[in-house]
Design a protein around this ligand. Structure first.
Ligand code: URA
Length: 211
């Protein structure tokens, strides 16, 4: 597993405002989009391209273009949805699939409650969006699911991670090549599996509380 934490003053500044409990939902949403665009720049460093010949107003030139199949962006519902706009702003030609995963309170298993993805992901580069890599349970199930479908390379774009979540991904995905691109690795998880210091419940801060 390759973990990249973006070290940039603009990322650190935006993240600080995001963490502030007094930041309103509209500002929070905007900042998430901006941060994801910055993270996406790093996350797409290995995006597949091919050479193309183009004609400038002055001369012929060699350039590159994204290859097909196009990259697939998969936000994990619900909070990952808040990251979609920021990601597709950078790669507008990407396809988008959706994965809804949640913990079953009775069994503690991760269940897939919604899925809208191509049946066959053979050869696809997939970018998974999930703002909070907390216990790592959901993300590791999502990654396994996408690899079972045939995905060739998976990059996770997250805002924050807890060391415990990264350790779990490392342990559970030993045989798979996974990239994780982040704005910060925080201190730890608390007793409710919230990231500390974190930013609270990302879904609630994006979309309000729905219980
Ligand atoms: N999910 C969140 O939204 N916040 C956390 O701190 C952990 C998981």
């Amino acid at each position: 597993m390759r973990v990249t934490v973006l070290d940039h003053p603009l990322v650190a500044h935006k993240l600080s405002v995001l963490r502030d409990k007094d930041t309103s939902s509209p500002v929070f949403r905007l900042l998430v989009e901006e941060l994801v665009t910055l993270l996406a720049y790093e996350a797409t460093r290995d995006v597949r391209v091919e050479p193309v010949t183009i004609q400038t107003p002055v001369a012929q030139a060699q350039g590159i273009a994204l290859t097909r199949p196009r990259p697939l962006v998969v936000p994990i519902l619900r909070a990952g949805l808040g990251m979609l706009e920021g990601m597709t702003r950078l790669i507008p030609t990407a396809e988008v699939g959706f994965l809804g995963m949640a913990r079953d309170d009775a069994t503690l298993d991760i269940i897939t409650y919604a899925e809208r993805l191509p049946d066959d992901l053979t050869g696809r580069q997939v970018y998974v969006l999930d703002p909070m890599l907390a216990t790592g349970g959901t993300l590791s199930e999502a990654i396994k699911f996408l690899y079972r479908r045939g995905a060739e390379q998976i990059t996770c774009v997250c805002l924050l991670a807890a060391p415990e979540g990264l350790a779990r991904l490392e342990k559970e995905l030993q045989d798979s090549e996974v990239n994780v691109v982040l704005a910060s690795v925080d201190e730890r998880l608390d007793e409710n599996s919230y990231i500390v210091p974190g930013l609270g419940d990302a879904g609630d801060r994006l979309y309000g509380v729905v219980d």
